[in-house]
Design a protein around this ligand. Structure first.
Ligand code: SDX
Length: 393
């Protein structure tokens, strides 16, 4: 039928490709990055060390990590001219629209890291992307709330820098709460890469044409925006707000079970995991820590989230369908508790996933068998026929 796509088995297609970066076992609920289980990385490592692992394949020595963190830290600023790109948007622009535009425009400012055939330029582009994404996301947030941009600092860690660029204001000192910084770093770590999800496959397909890395990452951001994918954390919070109060939860659970109702519980289920998403287990722990710190007494949305989780997990329907809270359910709760607007949730996901996109881009570009991704189709349209003049129609 129309729209049914098959892939030409003759080239490294994005439908199924060889990769050495991330392994998922959906039945077991297992996620490995270069062989290391995600729960160990989330507990014992931190985002920039996981970036190194994803990019280069091994955990770094102390000297290698120090050098990598120094390189990332010293690329966090944007070219000063780029701030005028932000000012071209309406103040009510979705941060994701700004992210797609500004990231694509990086290729107009950083010409010395767009030649994909030059290994050094590929390396510089990789580090620049990881370094600048938090700055771009924070600037998008500040612009949409009418506050001045806050420049990155070189003396604080990656997650704290992002929180500071988002929440600091020139008129007072700002100290990052270590619990929030740790939770932010965990959100970055847990969303870093996830095999061939829709946005990563988008980056691979775009890269296969030889487009510059900034343009390919902008394509990945655009795909991630969808509510069935990276937009799910935002869709989840909007659903919780729509439910509004704990007493309305059964009505929505009934709707999620009704085959005639297109409503789905946002933040539940997964294309691959038919067990608990291993990232969700760690994210749930962070959510509990952040909610303990920030309190939910004054936040009915968070009260609904906790009760919905409890009722859904106890409901045999969801267990039978293997529908569990996914990573987006808990990351949405944490970001809400931190004070981010839902419009920033997917932008934060994009910051984190940049290293996964870049790592898979590097892996694909290095493949000597690389050919342009060119999906084929099963044609189901009209058979051959001659043109009919308008007077005879
Ligand atoms: C991400 O691919 C990735 O790796 C993505 C991601 C990443 O890190 O990149 O993990 C990030 O995208 C996580 C997923 C975020 N999306 C959401 O939370 C949106 C809500 N979830 C659903 O839209 C849905 O669960 C999908 C799209 C994620 C998966 O849908 P599938 O493939 O249909 O799931 P399934 O085959 O396991 O469904 C089994 C049954 C089906 O019913 P039946 O046909 O058997 O009658 O469960 C139903 C589905 O209709 N179902 C749901 C449901 N998800 C699936 N019913 C109610 N609520 C849901 N959320």
């Amino acid at each position: 039928q129309a729209g049914v796509f098959t892939y030409d088995p003759g080239f490294t297609s994005t439908a199924s490709c060889d990769s050495t970066i991330t392994f998922i076992d959906g039945e077991k609920g297992e996620l490995l990055h270069r062989g290391y289980p995600i729960d160990q990385l989330a507990e014992k490592s931190h985002y920039l060390e996981v970036c190194y692992l994803l990019l280069y394949g091994e955990l770094p020595s102390a000297a290698q990590l120090e050098d990598f963190e120094h390189r990332v830290t010293n690329h966090t600023m944007l070219h000063e001219q780029m701030q005028f790109l932000f000012r071209g948007f309406r103040r009510d622009a979705p941060p994701m629209a700004i992210m797609v535009g500004v990231v694509g425009a990086l290729s107009a400012f950083y010409h010395d890291s767009t030649d994909i055939n030059d290994p050094w330029q590929r390396e510089v582009a990789s580090v620049r992307m990881i370094a600048k994404m938090p700055t771009i996301a924070a600037m998008a947030y500040k612009y949409t709330i009418g506050q001045p941009f806050v420049y990155p600092r070189n003396d604080i860690d990656y997650a704290s820098n992002f929180l500071r660029m988002c929440f600091a204001v020139p008129s007072e000192d700002y100290e990052v709460n270590p619990i929030l910084s740790r939770a932010m770093d965990r959100i970055f770590t847990l969303h870093a890469d996830h095999e061939q999800n829709a946005s990563t496959s988008t980056v691979r397909l775009a890269s296969s044409s030889g487009a510059n890395p900034f343009a390919c990452i902008a394509a990945g951001i655009a795909c991630l925006w969808g509510p069935a994918h990276g937009g799910a954390n935002q869709a989840c919070l909007e659903m919780l707000r729509e439910i509004g109060t704990v007493d309305r939860i059964p009505e929505y659970i009934a709707r999620a079970k009704d085959k005639n109702d297109p409503f789905r519980l946002m933040g539940f289920g997964h294309r691959v995991y038919k067990n608990f998403d291993p990232r969700a287990k760690v994210m749930k722990q962070s959510a509990d820590e952040v909610l303990d710190l920030m309190g939910i007494e004054d936040n009915p949305t968070l009260q609904v989230a906790k009760e919905l989780e409890k009722q859904a997990l106890a409901d045999p329907y969801f267990a039978d369908k293997k529908l569990f809270p996914n990573v987006d359910f808990y990351s949405g709760i944490i970001l809400e508790a931190m004070g981010f607007p839902t419009s920033m949730f997917t932008a934060i996901f994009a910051v984190s996933r940049t290293v996964g996109w870049i790592s898979q881009w590097k892996e694909m570009i290095a493949d000597p068998q690389l050919k342009i991704g060119r999906p084929r189709q099963l044609y189901a349209g009209s058979a051959l026929r001659d043109y009919v003049d308008i007077e005879n129609r």
